[in-house]
Write a protein that binds this ligand. Structure first.
Ligand code: ACO
Ligand code: KIV
Ligand code: MG
Length: 584
């Protein structure tokens, strides 16, 4: 472990306690790790096949938000919140939904009844309920399911070495007996109720269970239930606590898939928790290793660090070209329902949904995104390829508005993007470089993000409106120069220090002649280095914006003007540049 010491606390934390450095001196390490914790170990599976497999189709999805998610909330959902969440899950196209633990509370029992009687689930949706392997709880669970179409009765008991020893005080045979007895009771009750039930068994705490014992207990349960190809038994192999690296999880799943009897009559389900922060990886590798089904929650709510996040999994598949068969196209609405029902907030960096995940602040990212967006518009091809954006924000109902936000880490490309996207300004490259310095000075001074409105206002003030500018262009006339063939004489009316003046110059046209007139008037030789313009808006309201790069003895700088008339826009832009030169 590396040393953690004297790390300053962020400025926003103002409490005296928080300002103190962390205890411990330089070089302090967590030396007791080897005594206190044991390595998880590996699975002996040298002929593992999953590393060279790919995910090519979505799994069967089962949402456990209303059970596993709900049981982890500070304030569990009441009926209204549960009903709203249920409606969302149906709208997202979940076909299997664990709606609760009906024997645990009257709220859960009543909610199961409501789902069956009024919930509006289509016939192809299986409602799933969880129950411990305890007779009185199983009885109540069946009571709650009366009238349900093809419900899944999910029963579980912990099989881990630790829980056998510490929680149940039973040996392997005793723990196996709990599962077998429950399997018998459940199949009997289902038969008495006229059939039509599906079954799921979880050797809970699978990740703390010896693999051969997990296989033994599952095979014993299957022996009782006698699954068929038409009525498969779901074996859910939960990472109740995530304890190993994802490759070990994948080995465990591949090993189980090989060892379970009559694999063709089984659905192997994953139920990863996220204690090590690798639930997504563990699930993806578990699918490569042969699993058919995934239980998880939206955005990963659940016990401790949560269950695996089904939205992220689905979008990971989508961005690999696989239709996940879950509708996550309005991610903000899904987030809103999630936040309302769970009374939890989603972090700004959460994959696909966080407030900031489609936003770049840093210059080189902004530059690449800006170029990528232009290139994809020009190519007009269906394939998405924009640097730093693994998914098109529009696919999940997000907009391009906040892709680029400006602070002191930003560069010219980002500023240009904001002005282009929000205000339709297409700044030439040299102007981007020049204006970036100005914005950089402001963001450095203020240490904060600048909104696109402030950037635009600053641009207008500096280049277009120039409230402090010495010269203001009013109008101009031109006439032929009697002394030069094709030459023109330009007379321009300006306001200077509140007074109207007329300046005169010669050239081949109005721009040339006006530059000559201004050079004479201010006593500084000016010339046009570069010029570009484009229209702003459309139809009769369309105006031209002109960017004029003017060279002078001290260098080059820009003036900008917006006018309905292109020639006038050019002349005003020259006056704008002259004002900036005079102010230097
Ligand atoms: C990993 C998971 O998420 S598992 C799901 C966990 N979810 C929940 O527990 C939420 C809902 N649960 C509840 O509301 C309650 O626990 C109830 C109503 C189900 C049961 O309540 P109670 O019996 O009062 O309490 P409790 O859960 O503490 O019971 C523990 C007893 O059940 C036993 N037990 C626990 N799990 C199981 C199981 N799956 N199968 C059989 N027995 C079990 C324990 O060994 C313990 O036995 P003991 O009383 O002989 O020591
Ligand atoms: C009930 C079981 C499947 C569970 O939630 C877990 O093991 O995490
Ligand atoms: Mg769980």
């Amino acid at each position: 472990m590396s040393a953690i010491h004297n790390i300053p606390i962020p400025a926003k934390d103002t409490t005296i306690e928080a300002k103190k450095p962390f205890p411990g001196g330089r070089g302090r390490t967590m030396t007791n790790a080897g005594e206190k914790y044991r390595p998880y170990g590996v699975v002996d599976l040298p002929d593992r096949t999953w590393p060279s497999k790919e995910i090519t189709a979505p799994p069967i999805w089962c949402s456990v938000d209303l059970r596993d998610g709900n049981q982890a909330l500070v304030d569990p959902m009441g009926h209204d919140r549960k009903a709203r969440f249920f409606a969302l899950l149906l709208a997202m196209n979940f076909k299997e939904i664990e709606i609760g633990f009906p024997s645990a509370s009257q709220t859960d029992f009543d909610f199961a009844r409501w789902c069956i009687e009024e919930g509006g689930a289509p016939d192809d949706v299986s409602l799933q309920v969880l129950v411990q392997c305890r007779p009185e709880l199983i009885q109540r669970t069946f009571d709650s399911l009366e009238g349900s179409k093809r419900p899944i009765v999910h029963f579980y008991n912990s099989t881990s070495e630790l829980q056998r020893r510490v929680v149940f005080g039973k040996d392997r045979a005793g723990i196996k007996q709990i599962a077998v007895d429950a399997a018998k009771m459940i199949t009997d009750m289902a038969a008495k109720a006229g059939g039509g039930y599906r079954f799921e068994y979880s050797p809970e705490s699978f990740t703390g269970t010896e693999l051969e014992f997990a296989a033994e207990i599952c095979n014993a349960v299957a022996e009782i239930i006698q699954p068929t190809a038409d009525n498969k038994l779901i074996f859910n192999l939960p990472a109740t606590v995530e304890m190993s690296t994802p490759n070990v999880h994948a080995d465990q799943i591949e090993w189980m898939c090989r060892q379970l009897d009559n694999r063709e009559n089984l659905i192997i389900s994953l139920h990863p928790h996220n204690d090590r922060g690798t639930a997504i990886a563990a699930t993806e590798l578990g699918l490569m290793a042969g699993a058919d089904r995934v239980e998880g929650t939206l955005f990963g709510n659940g016990e401790r660090t949560g269950n695996v996040d089904l939205v992220t999994l689905a979008l990971n598949m989508y961005t690999q070209g696989i239709d996940p068969q879950l509708d996550v196209s309005d991610i903000n609405r899904i987030r809103d329902v999630y936040e309302y029902c769970n009374q939890l907030a989603i972090g700004e960096r959460h994959p696909y949904v966080g407030e900031l995940v489609y936003t770049a602040f840093s210059g080189s990212h902004q530059d690449a995104i800006n170029k990528g967006m232009k290139s994809i518009r020009q190519a007009n091809a269906p394939t998405w390829e924009v640097p730093y954006l693994p998914i098109d924000p529009k696919d999940v109902g997000r907009s391009y508005e906040a892709i680029i936000r400006i602070n002191s880490q930003s560069g010219k490309g980002g500023i240009a993007y904001v002005l282009q996207e929000d205000y339709g300004l297409n700044l030439p490259r040299n102007l981007q470089i020049e204006f970036r310095e100005d914005i950089q000075r402001i963001t450095d001074e203020e240490g904060k993000e600048l909104s696109s409105k402030r950037i635009f206002d600053r641009f207008m003030e500096r280049y277009v409106e120039q409230p402090e500018g010495r010269l203001r262009f009013v109008n101009h006339v031109t006439r032929p120069d009697p002394n030069i063939a094709e030459g023109r004489i330009v007379e321009a009316t300006l306001i200077e220090n509140g007074e109207e003046i007329v300046v005169t110059g010669k050239g081949t046209g109005p721009v040339d002649g006006f530059v000559d007139a201004l050079s004479r008037h201010i006593g500084i030789p000016l010339s046009v280095h570069d010029y570009s313009e484009h229209s702003l808006g459309q139809g009769s309201d369309a105006r031209a914006i002109c960017y004029m790069e003017i060279a002078h003895p001290g260098g080059r700088l820009f003036g900008v003007a917006i006018n309905k008339n292109i020639v006038t826009a050019s002349l005003v832009a020259i006056a704008s540049a002259a004002n900036r030169i005079l102010a230097q």
